[in-house]
Design a protein. Structure first.
Length: 368
């Protein structure tokens, strides 16, 4: 019931506007038509959530092609758009595509979302030039609409509440996998459609592995414990990491935790429209370098969040991406010492006209 009420209360997504934006990008790229089979692009443009389909778009029309398994679903999910649904097998779909593209000179594909084999098969079946494009939809998706932000924020709130509910249990010596599954259950029963990714619960020396899988290791007094998790709401993700010390902890654990927490705050404060992603990375990394810990920070500082848990913009030392208002990103520095443990602190952050706003808000006080 709580789940139904949450979804019902979310503002509806206007997808006709998205099709208009895509058509504008197609014009800028001098292509007459666009074809995608990527499930994320399909969902963003049409609302269709099935696992198999194609979207064919020109200036005058838009077709969603799928098979009989999704006939009713496709009609329901594309309501409110000008997309026409076509149901048929692969051969029938290919025939419609070829027929529709008669007279066109170019059709664009998402080069970063389609395999070479699919592109070559399409070239054999149609007359227009097949033109690979990169980022034609992902660039449109970078800055989030208010309806998207509402969904990400709802997912973040669910994750915050789940952690608040279960945090005291960390001191009762559960295994990593027991605590991870309990956290998953708490998110699902609090309104999440699913999990953003497999929850990470890593304790003691396992916390030195940035993407450790939960094990049957018992969480013990003195351990550093990394929790990295997120909820899914109407297709949109949240992402948060907190690190806890069980009991008193030792001097090295506290030094690592203080260093990473301060680095994360510096990274967060640097997030502004017009700032390059590499500057945010530098804000975190430079602080850890001053403390002699930069060699133990072995990954980038963050990434975009939306319909995918990892999407553009990428926040790392090599990124030239310029941050923009409306983007949702993570800031997540970490320090990992093999054989000892690790620390990571992460928030999902909305870039606003005046700076940044955290969407994940679980406290960072770390003693359990």
């Amino acid at each position: 019931m709580r789940h139904t009420l949450m979804i019902r209360d979310l503002p509806p997504i206007e997808r006709g506007y998205r099709l208009a934006r895509l058509r504008g990008s197609m014009s800028d790229c001098s292509v007459e038509s666009f074809l995608t089979s990527d499930t994320v692009s399909l969902r963003w443009l049409s609302g269709f959530t099935g696992s198999a389909g194609k979207l064919l778009i020109s200036d005058a029309s838009a077709y969603l092609l799928t098979d009989g398994r999704y006939a009713e679903q496709a009609e329901t999910e594309t309501q409110g758009t000008d997309i026409k649904v076509y149901i048929g097998g692969v051969n029938e779909q290919n025939a419609l595509i070829a027929s529709h593209l008669e007279g066109f000179k170019t059709v664009a594909l998402e080069a970063d979302r389609i395999s070479w084999m699919e592109a070559e098969e399409l070239r054999d079946k149609i007359k227009p030039e097949v033109r690979p494009t990169s980022g034609i939809i992902s660039n449109l998706r970078k800055s989030k609409e208010p309806t998207e932000i509402a969904r990400i924020e709802a997912a973040a709130t669910i994750a915050d509440r789940a952690l608040a509910q279960l945090r005291p249990e960390l001191g009762n010596q559960p295994t990593e996998i027991e605590f991870a599954r309990a956290l998953d259950y708490a998110m699902l029963t609090s309104g999440a459609d699913g999990l953003s990714f497999e929850t990470i619960c890593a304790s003691g020396p396992n916390a030195a592995l940035p993407h450790a899988k939960p094990s049957h290791r018992v969480i013990e007094p003195g351990d550093l414990v990394i929790l990295d998790f997120g909820a899914l709401v109407d297709g949109y993700h949240s992402d948060m990491t907190r690190t806890f010390i069980i009991g008193d902890g030792d001097e090295q654990s506290w030094a690592m935790l203080d260093a990473v927490t301060d680095a994360q705050e510096l990274g967060y404060q640097s997030v502004q429209p017009g700032v390059t992603a590499s500057e945010v990375d530098s804000a975190c990394r430079s602080h850890l370098e001053r403390l002699g810990l930069a060699d133990h920070f072995v990954h980038g500082t963050g990434h975009g969040v939306g319909l995918e848990i990892h999407e553009e913009p990428w926040i790392n030392a090599q990124s030239s991406a310029i941050l923009e208002e409306g983007q949702v990103v993570t800031v997540e520095p970490g320090v990992y010492r093999p054989g000892f443990g690790g620390v990571r602190v992460e928030d999902t952050v909305l870039i606003t006209s005046s700076g940044a706003r955290r969407l994940t808000s679980a406290p960072k006080d770390s003693l359990v």
